[in-house]
Design a protein around this ligand. Structure first.
Ligand code: NAD
Ligand code: MG
Length: 410
């Protein structure tokens, strides 16, 4: 048996998945891809299968899996094609797998990420929604199985790099006073509240620094992404809400910082390219080439910092509230946000409607403590129902939601 790191890439056709395979392709002597997965992109997954020849390829969608199977057979590849959520869980917990890159988007990533945690795999966690929804259940599973958990989100990866290795003993114990979570501020950082009502999905997805999937791009524009990341940091580093300060830093060069009791602040800097945190986690504890260009500080010339504006970016405020409330509140926030973002991308909800839908769901649904996955799943189900109903009612009472976006998809 080879001593290569054997890896499953969940969500391999997405933005993070493609960047992960790009780094892996630079180190074929070090990594072996065991499984690749996607929602329904059979063609793209087939190309990846040709390149990496994994043992398994999984599509959520059964019809897409059939299309992939025909291509795999015609090409004479040995890859076994599977479909469905159980198959995603299976390839996350196979005995021959060492590491799992968890890069499915949204709540759908929860079950496979959890399967990897329960199986004691090294987890490269991009799917922040797993921690937002069920941080306690997931972190308990990581601890019980002895999984190694490496954050991929650039901010959390930066924090991880800036913390001492024994931070698990407690932030106070290791002299950490605050986590400074940087935020680019997104494409609407300097837009007035009145202008935000009419922004389009295309504008929201045009991030100034990062190229990402559509859902996280909208989250960045609303700053819900930063809200989800505050909750993510809470679980990863056992940090209370008051110790996590969001700092708007438009250049996205400092990816986050850690402040210590002696006044030191440690930061991780780099070009905004996800291959850096991905390579860090893939190679950990060694450093490997990521393909990212060196940072040119003379070209960057300056670094700016601002306090976040919680009036214009209500989603960030709602996320702090949900974290402080605890229990199933973050799961409700996350599910209502997913429904609202999908409606916004579908031009059925205005941009400023997103926080209103989330606030409504948080008000309407009673929260419970999270003792098991079912508590989270029930909160997620209720929040989706309430959010969908609310969006429908809003669009019935507003003459037409479509008039909100007269010039989209330009
Ligand atoms: P993406 O939309 O580009 O890709 C998502 C991947 O998940 C695709 O392979 C897709 O086929 C698969 N997928 C989607 N729905 C699925 C479902 N229901 N079941 C199974 N598979 C499904 O998303 P992305 O931008 O790569 O983001 C992935 C995750 O990483 C998200 O949780 C995001 O918050 C996080 N993240 C992304 C970035 C980034 O730069 N893109 C940065 C930090 C964190
Ligand atoms: Mg991030």
């Amino acid at each position: 048996m080879s001593d290569k790191q054997r890896i499953t890439v969940l969500g391999s056709t997405g933005s993070i998945g493609v960047s992960t395979l790009d780094v892996i392709a630079r180190h074929l002597g070090r990594f072996r891809v065991v499984a690749l997965t996607a929602h329904s992109q059979a063609d793209k997954l087939f190309q990846q299968c040709q390149q990496f020849e994994p043992e398994f390829a999984v599509l959520l969608d059964a019809d897409a899996a059939q299309r992939l199977q025909s291509k795999i057979t015609a090409a004479g590849l040995i890859t076994e094609v599977l479909h469905g959520v159980e198959a995603l869980e299976r390839v996350s917990s196979l005995p021959q797998v060492d590491s799992v890159m968890a890069a499915i988007v949204g709540a759908a990533g929860l079950r496979p990420s959890l399967a990897a945690a329960r199986a004691g795999k090294k987890i490269l966690l991009a799917n922040k929604e797993t921690l937002v929804m069920s941080g306690r259940v997931f972190m308990d599973a990581v601890r019980e199985s002895g999984s190694e958990l490496l954050p991929i989100d650039s901010e959390h990866n930066a924090i991880f790099q800036s913390l001492p290795r024994d931070f698990g003993r407690g932030l106070d114990v290791v002299g950490v006073t605050r986590i400074l979570l940087t935020a680019s501020g997104g494409p609407f950082r300097s837009k007035a509240l009145s202008e935000l009502e009419h922004v389009t999905p295309a504008q929201a997805c045009a991030h100034p620094n990062w190229s990402m999937g559509r859902k996280i791009s909208v989250d960045s524009a609303s700053m819900m992404n930063k809200g989800l990341e505050v909750i993510e940091a809470h679980w990863l580093f056992d940090a209370p809400a008051d110790r996590i300060q969001v700092v708007v830093h438009p250049q996205s060069v400092i990816h986050s910082m850690v402040e210590y009791a002696d006044g030191s602040v440690l930061a991780q800097l780099g070009n905004p390219d996800m291959r850096t945190p991905i390579a860090y986690a893939l190679g950990f504890p060694e450093r490997i080439d990521s393909g990212v260009a060196p940072l040119d500080l003379f070209r960057i010339a300056r670094l700016d910092f601002e306090a976040p504006d919680l009036t214009r970016f209500r989603c960030l405020d709602l996320a702090y509230q949900a974290l402080r409330h605890g229990g199933t509140a973050p799961a409700i926030l996350n599910a209502a946000n997913e429904v609202a973002v999908a409606a916004f991308l579908d031009e059925k909800l205005s941009f400023l409607g997103i926080p209103s839908v989330i606030e409504h769901a948080l008000e309407q649904i009673s929260t419970v403590p999270v003792n098991c996955l079912e508590d989270v799943q029930e909160a997620d189900r209720q929040a989706r129902e309430i959010a969908s109903e609310h969006i429908l009612n809003r669009s019935l009472s507003n003459a037409s939601p479509f008039t909100l976006h007269p010039s989209t998809n330009t």
